[in-house]
Design a protein around this ligand. Structure first.
Ligand SMILES: Nc1ncnc2c1ncn2[C@@H]1O[C@H](COP(=O)(O)OP(=O)(O)OP(=O)(O)O)[C@@H](O)[C@H]1O
Ligand SMILES: Cc1ncsc1CCO
Ligand SMILES: [Mg+2]
Length: 264
């Protein structure tokens, strides 16, 4: 690893990047607040008429297929083309891509467009890798380790960094593998936390030389904020605001001191 999570967090806080988020109705407000607390500047811009143009001024683009519609898909393609034309990183969150024919088609088209980073739960990554998935709608129902071989193959085939999230997260570029521990059992009980993490991967990608380091950094930031917020919460409801507070409170020094990142 060339740039540590703390070094990248320090860079974010010094100069908060503009991140264009094309995300779902559920995540819209949650992801924006997460980015602001973490140290980035979110803009939810998804209409096809302006999404490509906006990608030219954004530091990164993040695309999440959680609530699909024809106009939204057109906006995603415009933003992806804009990001590629401007040489900006873009991140794909293939929400529930195993669930329907539309999601399988749209997620496959987007993977073929060459994302910088793909971030999903284990069930989504298994499906993208062409394997059997137990996912229940947007909720993951598979273990991260079960998706590890598929994640490596997907990364190798597409050139994307693939992040599989769950109790212990995994990041791979097909060769390197990192595992990130931490977080809280309340995280999967809080809707759109994963969608927000995808948006944060975009923010980290703007300050990293290597999108592998960016992905590890964003996941470590979430893991440590989740760990810190857990004992302050009475349950999933109070966890949400505590988690946002913890994203903000975490310092670059504390992140590097406590992050549990293992490389293999
Ligand atoms: N059992 C767990 N223990 C600790 N952290 C967890 C656990 N499950 C998920 N997380 C953390 O929650 C965050 C979101 O991961 P998750 O796999 O739940 O995403 P997701 O299924 O795409 O979420 P959503 O679609 O609801 O936004 C990650 O930071 C992950 O590490
Ligand atoms: C609940 C839900 N439904 C579509 S997207 C979403 C947010 C979590 O992925
Ligand atoms: Mg998700």
């Amino acid at each position: 690893m060339t740039q540590s999570p703390g070094a990248l967090l320090g860079a974010l806080r010094t100069s908060p990047p503009l991140v264009q988020c094309l995300t779902n109705y559920v995540a819209m407000n949650i992801a924006a607040n997460v980015l602001l607390a973490a140290g980035a500047s979110p803009a939810m811009v998804s209409d096809a008429e302006e999404a490509g143009e906006f990608a030219g001024i954004a530091g990164a683009v993040t695309v999440n297929i959680g609530t699909l519609s024809a106009p939204f898909i057109a906006g995603c393609h415009a933003a992806i083309a804009g990001a590629k034309a401007a040489g900006r990183p873009w991140v794909l969150d293939p929400v529930a891509c195993q669930a329907t024919a539309l999601r399988r088609r749209v997620s496959a088209e987007m993977v073929a467009a060459g994302p910088t980073i793909v971030r999903g739960n284990a069930s989504e990554v298994l499906s993208l890798a062409g394997e059997e998935s137990q996912g229940q709608g947007v909720d993951g129902r598979d273990e991260v380790d079960a998706a590890a071989p598929g994640a490596r193959r997907l990364a190798e085939k597409t050139g994307a960094i693939v992040a599989v999230t769950g109790a212990v997260d995994l990041v791979t570029d097909g060769t390197r593998v990192a595992r990130i521990a931490g977080g809280s059992i309340y995280m999967p009980m809080n809707t759109a936390i994963g969608c927000s993490l995808t948006a944060l991967c975009g923010a980290y990608a703007t300050v990293a030389d290597d999108p592998f380091d960016a992905t590890v950094g964003a996941l470590a930031h979430f893991a440590e904020a989740g760990r810190a917020a857990h004992p302050l919460a009475d349950g999933p409801g109070t966890f949400g605001p505590r988690f946002v507070d913890a994203l903000r409170a975490l310092t670059p020094e504390a992140l590097d001191r406590t992050a549990e990142v293992r490389f293999q």
